[in-house]
Design a protein around this ligand. Structure first.
Ligand SMILES: [Zn+2]
Length: 261
């Protein structure tokens, strides 16, 4: 009897310790955004400022929802509410037209203190990477340089936004392949014309005849990420200089708006 009581006590204590440990873990890792993030959004996010009152409320809620399932963590760098809200904003902008879209291929965004190498080092190798969607052991992780996160939003009309770039890769990857063809955004008959348009434009970039960032000529996936930055940061210029590309991207990113017109 004494022995069984002893074992029962051990089991009860172990279970209690387990639940306590998990509760502590949650307490230390969970992040709750402040109730009022409107001032951060209004100060830093042009896209948010362009929305009407209902759109702003939706954007606010979706930023908070994103932060409820994706952790933003600094590596040797402080992370504050503004950093978190900006990462979430870069995630929500490209999928804002899709009310039910939640990223199912990411758990965590790591912020690094500066640029980093392809081996994720901030100290060694060629450190020219501003952002990256992780692979292999870094699967479901994204890395962003914190300075690049901040400049993506402080200068949001230069056509460069590392956060939108990396989340465009995740949107592309959602169908299983990071290949420049975001199948959830493209109706099947549009895929072949889209790939042709990518290749024609990459050829123009390679000939030095394009204003599109030459990094977009790396491959089809980088093209989609680079042109997404252009679409969200300088839509009027993209429409004027590349009407065909603009029309296809508008169809992909704002299909509802298109139907209303
Ligand atoms: Zn990229």
């Amino acid at each position: 009897m004494t022995t069984s009581l002893f074992y029962i006590s051990v089991v009860v204590l172990a279970a209690a310790a387990y639940f306590f440990y998990n509760a502590m873990q949650r307490k230390t890792t969970a992040y709750t955004p402040p109730d009022d993030i409107r001032s951060i959004l209004a100060q830093h996010v042009t896209f948010y400022n362009s929305l009407d009152a209902a759109g702003k409320a939706t954007f606010d809620a979706r930023v908070k929802d994103f932060l409820s399932y994706v952790t933003i963590r600094g590596v040797d760098v402080m992370v504050d509410d503004t950093d978190r809200v900006l990462v979430a904003s870069g995630a929500i902008i490209p999928i804002f037209a899709f009310p039910d879209w939640r990223y199912n291929n990411i758990n965590e965004v790591l912020l690094y203190k500066g640029t980093f190498s392809k081996e994720y080092s901030t100290d060694d190798g060629e450190r020219n990477v501003l952002g990256m969607v992780g692979d292999g052991a870094m699967h479901r992780e994204m890395i962003l340089s914190k300075p690049s996160l901040r400049t993506s939003f402080s200068n949001d009309h230069d056509g460069h936004n590392t956060v939108i770039h990396e989340f465009a890769h995740l949107i592309d990857k959602a169908d299983g392949a990071t290949d420049g063809i975001p199948e959830y955004l493209l109706a099947n008959p549009a895929i072949i014309p889209w790939v042709k348009l990518i290749h024609d434009t990459i050829n123009e970039i390679k000939k030095g005849r394009s204003d599109i960032n030459s990094y977009g000529a790396t491959n089809d996936a980088e093209f989609f990420a680079v042109i997404s930055e252009y679409f969200f940061e300088r839509p009027a210029e993209l429409k004027e200089k590349h009407p065909g590309l603009y029309a296809m991207l508008e169809e992909m990113f704002t299909p509802v708006k298109n139907k209303e017109v």
